[in-house]
Design a protein around this ligand. Sequence first.
Ligand code: NAD
Length: 297
Amino acid sequence: MTDAPKDRIAFIGLGTMGEPMVRQLALAGFTPALFDLNSEAAARIATDIGATAGISANEAARGADIVITMLPSSKEVDTTVLGADGKSGVFSVLAKGAIVIDMSSSDPMRTRDLANVAAGAGITFVDAPVSGAVRRARDGTLSIMFGGDAAVLERVRPILAAMGKQIFHVGAAGAGHAMKALNNYVSAAGLVAAVEALHVGEKFGIDPQVMTQVLNASTGKNNTTEHKVAQFMLSGTYGSGFFLGLMAKDVGIAIGLADQLGVRAELGHVCAKQWKDAAAKSERTTDHTEMYRILKP
Ligand code: NAD
């Protein structure tokens, strides 16, 4: 028995997350056409997995059944699918029936708009952002939050399953992005709480390693205390692979959503400001675990 022909996939955005996700797709038997503004990275990955790297997003997407974007934010997704500077984007080169899956952590309101524009052209635009960081991108065990029709999810499930272990259908287009931003708000607030507690404890004379052990054996434990404090903060390596500016963007999206929906989120506003201020003082590639250093009294 032969396998059914695999979908023709284009994958746009081959950074910290996109690269390991593409490698998982290749392991599952897909051969995506690739594009990244960083043409050296795209060429290197294409050679490794036996794929082609396009000179533009449109070239990579031409003829694709499924286009996946893994870009920094809605801004880059917009210009990629709609075009910019008088040039048309990926939507203009796709055939009717094609599906675009935005796996970036984007703005849900923008995603809703893009889904409507796409529908007008006979294209389906859905969102499937991820959680689990580079470690789980590398072993194909990301959590995936899908926003879109259930039938579309079933259509693309084999592709998502190559990159993720748990796939959640959270609602219509945009719901995945809303869920992702809200998840990262909770994660970012937990990180700041842990960092502030560590700094207070240290001033009082408690060893931060001991504090981390106690937190992790107690009710204060969270993802930061378990997977970031000893590994990336106290070790001084700051190498989680998730940039601080991206976290600041996500918290901003979550709190912007709260404001737009008229939901009071006082802690969220404080948290969003802390991350925004820290991002303003950082480089593009500053790791988000550097909040430990930045918030040090
Ligand atoms: P990254 O900055 O490492 O990678 C982004 C890639 O997109 C880069 O290779 C860049 O060259 C490319 N790019 C930027 N603009 C482009 C354009 N217009 N056309 C083509 N390529 C373009 O970021 P990342 O960490 O891979 O994150 C990607 C998305 O995933 C973000 O939305 C982020 O918030 C989210 N995310 C990141 C993590 C993580 O741990 N790093 C985890 C979950 C979700």
